[in-house]
Design a protein around this ligand. Structure first.
Ligand SMILES: Cc1cc2nc3c(=O)[nH]c(=O)nc-3n(C[C@H](O)[C@H](O)[C@H](O)COP(=O)(O)OP(=O)(O)OC[C@H]3O[C@@H](n4cnc5c(N)ncnc54)[C@H](O)[C@@H]3O)c2cc1C
Length: 378
């Protein structure tokens, strides 16, 4: 396993559940034992959880797995024919099967390098640095109004910061949710005191004495800030695979069984595989996919032959609102509220295309959304 996080660890665990008894090595770039990322923008950043509570498994369970963990040593190349991974520390690890689970790295603004007060969020170290910078309730600008930016705006606001959320989308998360639900997300944030500057691009950051002082918008507005959080999307970590011969195109391109080459698989955020049901290459960036795809990869490694055809699921927590989505929404889908009422902050919406439900969204309705998923999507 290359990558010691949700997908890498879950593949190892699934292999053991399948009865695989041969040696397993898990190589990870980060020195921390495997931890979970969703709490980093929520419970951990708010200070409700300490770092230990974000761990995916306690030591006893990692020991019971009987895997060789090599942490703090990134892979730097892969020899596909010999199934051999080389690491930065000079290790050469050969295996019968290799699973690429190296996840994503956040995109940065061109002028943010080395500027104090500017943050991205992917790792526990990123979250610790951001948490420290938010502790004095500074004036915060979040750049990027996708799912991560929206969650970070909510958490910073809960910490008492004055928060402005800006991004290219006309309303927060509009490209994912469509205008109706995105309008409700905007309303939620405005009610909680987040200032929105939607539908606008950031042209740069303003510095003074090595520290950020604000964000310059395309329309000419300047948003003053003591802390800027950049959440403008991420890129699959595939640079270490350059020259390997694998097809790299917005992720590691795989067949329907998550196989990139003979004996080489990919799982989690980095994997772009052929979804038989959608008849298209798909790459998902959500926590549930990391576990489910890992289980499919493990089954295929031990000799089964499964196509990976999940009904995707993700959730997002913003203030006290939980939004859950099953299925694959598209921008052109027709959205209808079928249960509850947005005015009561509890509802289920169906996303339809060609007269078929393609996704269901629950807003503070965790029990009901499961039933809708079962009824309409399985
Ligand atoms: C702040 C935050 C909040 C999130 N909240 C939610 C949420 O609410 N709901 C949801 O569904 N999803 C959420 N997600 C997404 C979810 O966490 C990811 O989908 C999940 O972590 C993917 O797991 P992964 O193992 O594929 O990738 P990652 O978790 O990114 O793990 C990849 C691992 O590979 C390591 N690595 C990278 N390069 C190398 C290398 N060359 N050699 C060895 N190791 C390497 C990395 O250090 C990392 O540990 C959130 C993500 C973040 C960052």
């Amino acid at each position: 396993m290359v990558g010691a996080s949700a997908a890498g660890l879950s593949t190892a665990e699934a292999l053991r559940r399948q009865g695989y008894q041969d040696p397993i090595t898990i190589l990870g770039a980060e020195a921390d034992p495997p931890y979970d990322r969703p709490p980093l923008s929520k419970q951990y950043l708010r200070g409700d959880w300490d770092a230990d509570r974000t761990r995916l498994r306690p030591d006893s369970m990692l020991d019971a797995l009987g895997a060789n963990f090599i942490l703090g040593d990134p892979a730097i190349s892969l020899d596909v024919d010999r199934r051999l991974v080389r690491s930065a520390a000079g290790r050469e690890l050969a295996a019968d099967a290799i699973v690429i689970a190296t996840g994503l790295r956040p995109r940065a603004l061109p002028d943010q390098a080395g500027l104090a007060g500017v943050h991205v969020l992917r790792t526990l170290a990123d979250a610790a640095a951001l948490r420290a910078d938010l502790s004095n309730a500074p004036k915060v600008v979040v750049v990027g109004n996708g799912v991560l930016g929206v969650e970070l705006a909510a958490t910073a606001r809960q910490l008492g910061c004055a928060v402005t959320l800006t991004g290219r989308q006309a309303a927060p998360m509009e490209s994912q949710f469509g205008p109706m639900v995105a309008g409700l997300v905007a309303q939620l944030h405005t009610t909680e005191g987040v200032e929105l500057h939607s539908g606008t691009a950031v042209t740069g950051l303003t510095p003074a004495d090595g520290r950020v002082t604000g964000v310059q918008l395309a329309g000419g507005d300047h948003l003053p800030a003591e802390v800027v959080i950049v959440a403008i999307g991420s890129e699959p970590v595939t640079d270490w695979l350059a020259g390997s011969g694998l097809r790299l195109d917005d992720g590691v391109v795989c067949d329907s069984r998550c196989r990139a080459a003979d004996g080489i698989y990919a799982a989690g955020d980095v994997a772009r595989w052929y979804h038989d049901g959608q008849r298209a290459l798909l790459r998902l960036e959500n926590r549930t996919n990391a576990t489910e795809q890992a289980a499919c990869v493990a089954a295929n490694i031990v000799g089964e032959s499964h196509s990976y055809v999940p009904v995707p699921y993700f959730w997002s927590d913003q203030f006290v609102t939980k939004i859950q989505v099953h299925g694959i929404q598209t921008a052109d889908a027709e959205v209808t509220v079928v249960e509850g009422n947005p005015a009561d902050h509890r509802f289920i919406a169906h996303y339809r295309r060609d007269d078929r439900v393609i996704a269901v969204l629950g807003w503070n309705m965790p029990k009901q959304i499961r039933l809708h998923k079962q009824q309409y999507l399985t």
